[in-house]
Design a protein around this ligand. Structure first.
Ligand code: ADP
Ligand code: MG
Length: 135
């Protein structure tokens, strides 16, 4: 079954810093995920804490929020057939050392915390996350 979906993608500070924006965007478009909207922003730690609040009980929560607010990020709405799962597949595993060959995190991720990209994990969360960044 296929369905046209939208998902939220973020190019995280480690990847923006290494000028990977264009490479990552080309990767998505070559794989038939259309970039409907894109903006470069820097968020506050409070905003990062709100965005990642599902992780508030995790031991890495504070470091994660500090990190996401540490430098510019690119937030994007991707659209395509099964875009949510497709983006997760293109990203690869959370830990780059466990990600499959050819995935973004395998190619560009530095470590589990500096793993270059974020992607919504469900259609429901995609709607919430898109709404968070694109009012
Ligand atoms: P994903 O980004 O693959 O959806 P999670 O939602 O589980 O992964 O975690 C959100 C983010 O928190 C990850 O992308 C990563 O940056 C960070 N993170 C996850 N697990 C750890 C960990 N064990 N140690 C440090 N950071 C982590
Ligand atoms: Mg997640």
């Amino acid at each position: 079954m296929s369905s046209l979906e939208q998902t939220l993608s973020i190019i995280k500070p480690d990847a923006v810093e290494r000028n990977l924006e264009n490479k990552i965007k080309s990767f998505f478009t070559e794989k038939n995920l259309k970039i409907l909207k894109s903006k470069k922003i820097k968020i506050s730690k409070d905003e990062a804490s709100e965005f990642y609040k599902v992780h508030q009980t995790k031991p890495f929560y504070d470091a994660l929020c500090t990190y996401l607010s540490s430098g510019p990020i690119i937030v994007m709405i991707l659209e395509g057939e099964n875009a949510v799962l497709k983006n997760r597949e293109l990203m690869g595993a959370t830990d780059p050392s466990k990600a499959e060959e050819g995935t973004l995190r395998k190619m560009y991720g530095i470590s589990i915390d500096k793993n270059s990209v974020h992607g919504s994990d469900s259609v429901e969360n995609a709607k919430t996350e898109i709404g968070f960044f694109f009012k």
